[in-house]
Design a protein around this ligand. Structure first.
Ligand code: SAH
Ligand code: SF4
Length: 396
């Protein structure tokens, strides 16, 4: 929800004349090579070579692919590019949080264009990239700004993957690149600038499951981008029938946007609850493939003043999660103009978190990061839209 959808204004980048190979799966790369009439016996080897250059080395130019013959490099360059989506702007917070506005080229003539924001949060022992799965969202959670805008479209697999590639590039996190001078990056031994990815940007990932699963496979491929699956977390508002398939197909970590402990309240906060209630949701969590004490499910709980933040709510939360290998993440509500809620007072959040802590859940409050660049959930859309509206007026 921390993300911005900026549809249609200004004119989106035109669909490129030559397609980019960035973001394709191995099978898709193989198909592209077959279209070049490469002999079938060569395809596998060539795919492996391309894969390593594109995803491990992050090269932008076919000429850098030294173990590929000059002739084939020229043929590839004739038909394809390694183009990335354009980074329209970059903002850096005093705490090291970075926010990029990324513009995707049109996928077809009807496409109004997609712009999304991607946020990087460095910490001592990890660097987390927050990515989007859709432009906008079809769901209408009442505390979420993304929910107030209508879905523009699902992101494609390459568009999901490109968020990681572009961010690594910006952070100098490919061989041969240098980190930015104003960068704050994690310092742990062997920790890369981006060690974790969370699908907590715009959109409901489980409504775009095929593309998200393909993107997860590319991101976690050990010969390429090499993220650990245990460090990729997919957050859902509770699309129960897709939770099992997500686990089976991707092996990703699961986060649930719970936010309420009673159905009547959750119906209001997360309207999808009317379709899949709390009991069904928690059962899907108990059944989640691979969940264990070493691979806990994260339960997100946004703190809304006078709505879901009493001691009784906290005790009920602990009771509900009994028997599920769980982590609890208390999120201070990020207000946006016209939002029908306020963030709980700090003292209230502390009381709530004490109850949760005493029940055995460690350090559950998510500290707001990047406040100075409006990188927090729910704020970005409004600010960027204000700027957009101003630009539009100026252009009229
Ligand atoms: N659609 C998915 C993933 C994106 S939302 C989902 O709902 O889980 C990522 C997290 O941010 C969710 O827990 C969501 O409830 C929360 N969120 C949305 N708007 C927020 C706001 N204004 N303040 C704080 N958290 C918010
Ligand atoms: Fe926002 Fe997630 Fe709800 Fe969509 S599902 S409206 S992104 S909180």
């Amino acid at each position: 929800p921390a993300m911005t959808a900026l549809s249609a204004i200004p004119a989106p980048a035109e669909a490129p004349a030559k397609p980019s190979l960035l973001g394709l799966t191995r099978a898709q790369l193989a198909d592209q090579l077959r279209a070049l009439d490469l002999p079938e016996r060569e395809i596998r080897m060539r795919v492996n070579q391309l894969w390593n250059w594109i995803y491990f080395h992050g090269v932008r130019d076919f000429d850098a692919m030294l173990n590929v013959s000059k002739v084939l490099r020229a043929r590839l360059a004739d038909r394809f590019t390694l183009a990335r989506p354009e980074v329209v702007s970059e903002q850096v917070s005093t705490d090291g949080t970075r926010k990029w506005l990324i513009r995707m080229p049109r996928v077809d003539a009807q496409d109004k264009g997609a712009e999304i924001e991607c946020v990087y949060i460095p910490e001592a022992d990890r660097g987390t990239l927050c990515v989007s799965s859709q432009v906008g969202c079809t769901l209408t959670c009442t505390f979420c700004h993304t929910g107030t805008q209508k879905l523009v479209r699902n992101l494609t697999t390459p568009e999901v993957v490109a968020q990681l590639v572009v961010a690594r590039e910006k952070l100098g996190d490919f061989p041969g690149l240098t980190p930015p001078v104003d960068g704050i990056v994690p310092t742990g031994e062997g920790v890369r600038a981006i060690s974790n990815v969370v699908f907590m940007g715009m959109g409901e990932p489980l409504y775009n499951l095929d593309n998200v699963c393909d993107a997860l496979a590319i991101m976690s491929d050990g010969d390429g981008l090499s993220l650990s699956k245990r460090r990729i977390t997919v957050s859902t508002s509770g699309v129960v029938p897709q939770i099992g398939p997500l686990g089976e197909r991707s092996g990703a970590m699961l986060a649930i946007s719970l936010h309420a402990v009673r159905d009547d309240l959750r119906d209001r906060l997360v309207p999808l609850n009317k379709k899949y209630d709390i009991a069904e949701l928690l059962q899907a969590c108990r059944d989640y493939p691979g969940a264990s004490n070493a691979r806990r499910i994260t339960f997100e709980y946004v703190m809304l003043k006078g709505v879901n933040d009493t001691d009784a709510d906290a005790r009920e939360l602990v009771r509900l999660l009994k028997g599920i290998p769980a982590k609890i993440n208390l999120i201070p509500f990020n207000p946006w103009p016209g939002a029908p809620y306020e963030c709980s007072d700090w003292g209230r959040i502390e009381k709530f978190s004490d109850i949760v802590f005493n029940a055995g859940y460690a350090s559950p409050v998510r500290t707001p990061r990047g406040r100075d660049i409006l990188a927090a959930c729910g704020q970005l859309k409004s600010e960027t839209e204000k700027l957009r509206a101003r630009a539009r007026l100026a252009a009229e």
